[in-house]
Design a protein around this ligand. Structure first.
Ligand SMILES: C[S@@+](CC[C@H](N)C(=O)[O-])C[C@H]1O[C@@H](n2cnc3c(N)ncnc32)[C@H](O)[C@@H]1O
Length: 235
């Protein structure tokens, strides 16, 4: 796959566990690839400003947080849900890093850690957070992070997203919890969170076939062990 939109650059300031909090056992999506998929999804929208972006399997919010840092100028709302409460707690902390208050608090936290342990990794994280603070050029983004089993019909949150982007569980990167319908149920249950213009990007293992009467495919790309699909809903 050739990259069309996401620049080849150093994304090191956004590495997991540096400024953005990591959670052991959680998968972290490659930053450039995540941004490429997001920007391809955006390219199918008519109106590309004030976007509301939803990840219904957000884990610790790494993908959403990196997308926020890279595209804060076009995003007005970030929505994330997951079945795992520990991950949701970290996702809230991570998404809060998109605010200048959150970044400054993280800077103070890292300075205290460096003063206590004198570790090179904390020193590097301090440099990264300072860069993120000085380069932050976007306004306020609304956040909504909550618990949801996306394979269950209820409860159905009242929200509509312009872009739904999700890295579903596959292979050794976590498995579906509390449901056996898998990705088809996810697509069905997200219908009420989509308008007719919503673009849905799903990243899965390349052994997973996605078929659903509710969607039409806009593109499918293979990259390494992963595959990503971009869809629109059919009425
Ligand atoms: C591949 S990980 C996503 C990682 C995320 N993109 C990130 O950057 O941190 C898949 C996520 O799906 C969640 N999950 C598994 N079963 C679920 C379900 N039934 N409903 C909602 N989330 C579920 C897992 O808890 C896990 O966080």
């Amino acid at each position: 796959m050739e990259y069309k939109f996401a620049a080849k650059q150093n994304y090191g300031d956004l590495s997991s566990g540096k400024v953005i909090y990591g959670k052991s056992g959680n998968t972290n999506f490659p930053v450039r690839l995540g941004n490429e998929i997001f920007l391809r999804a955006v390219s199918y929208l008519k109106d590309t400003s004030n976007l509301s972006v939803y990840n219904p399997c957000c884990g610790s919010g790494y993908l959403l947080t990196t997308l926020g840092f890279l595209n804060g100028n076009i995003i007005k709302e970030i929505i994330g849900s997951d079945i795992d409460l520990d991950s949701i707690e970290i996702a809230r902390k991570n998404i809060n890093l998109l605010t200048s208050d959150g970044l400054n608090k993280r800077l103070n936290e890292l300075i205290q850690l460096y003063d206590s342990y004198d570790k090179e990794s904390h020193k590097e994280a301090i440099l990264s957070v300072k860069k993120l603070i000085s380069e932050r050029k976007f306004g306020e983004i609304k956040f909504n992070i909550f618990e949801r089993n996306i394979l269950a019909i209820e409860p159905e949150p009242l929200l509509t997203a312009d872009i739904i982007i999700t890295d579903i569980p596959y292979g050794n990167m976590k498995t579906w919890e509390n449901g056996d319908g898998g990705v088809e149920d996810l697509i069905k249950n997200l219908r009420k969170n989509a308008s007719n213009n919503t673009v849905l990007a799903i990243i899965a293992g390349n052994h997973i076939k996605i078929k659903s009467p509710n969607i039409r495919i806009l593109e499918k790309n293979k990259i390494g062990k992963r595959c990503f699909y971009i869809f629109k809903y059919i009425d």
